[in-house]
Write a protein of this length. Structure first.
Length: 189
């Protein structure tokens, strides 16, 4: 009877540790991520080389993801100084317009769903943001409702997704050093 209880305890402990390790790999620390400032991406998403953990991560966070030749997906949950993104603050995505046929920046809540807001604007796209004379863009995140290049995010934690469709050659060669805009905290009460 004692041996059976010990075996049962080991089985339960092993199962719990396995589930914890899987949860950490899929939801918190997926393997193989590449950082480019505050933006992070997984280079072999939706390819034959993708391992089971990355396939699970994609199933949870990147439904219907395309491979890197068709699209690259960057996510930011911190600003360029490493501080967690919160709706209590206002941010600017500022810098070079991404080299892609089409791109968008979208805000998501901690549940990976769009954040309800009074403007009904959940993202901005390449067609909505005109680069300045130097080729730079500015997108406002958070703060009072308004038009223009503003995405309202409520008051809680959030993340941003930067999607690049048909990215330029720079992104296909070096994801970690390709030119991406910075994510700057402008104000915070």
């Amino acid at each position: 009877m004692r041996l059976l209880l010990k075996l049962l305890a080991v089985l339960v402990a092993g199962t719990m540790l396995g589930l914890l390790a899987t949860w950490l790999a899929v939801f918190r620390f997926p393997p193989g991520r590449i950082a480019n400032g505050p933006w992070k991406t997984t280079p072999d998403i939706a390819t034959a080389q993708t391992d089971a953990y990355r396939r699970a991560f994609t199933a949870v966070h990147g439904l219907f993801a395309m491979n890197r030749n068709g699209a690259i997906y960057y996510t930011a949950s911190t600003d360029s100084d490493g501080r967690a993104l919160t709706g209590r603050c206002r941010y600017e995505v500022e810098g070079p317009a991404p080299d892609a046929r089409w791109w968008s920046i979208t805000a998501y809540g901690p549940d990976d769903y769009l954040i309800a807001n009074p403007t009904g604007r959940y993202s901005v796209t390449k067609q909505q943001v005109a680069p300045d004379a130097r080729g730079n863009i500015i997108v406002l995140i958070g703060g009072p409702s308004g038009g223009g290049n503003l995405i309202a995010v409520g008051t809680g934690r959030f993340s941003l997704s930067l999607r690049l469709y048909n990215p330029g050659p720079e992104f296909l060669v070096n994801l970690a050093n390709a030119a991406l805009p910075a994510l700057l905290r402008v104000s915070c009460p």
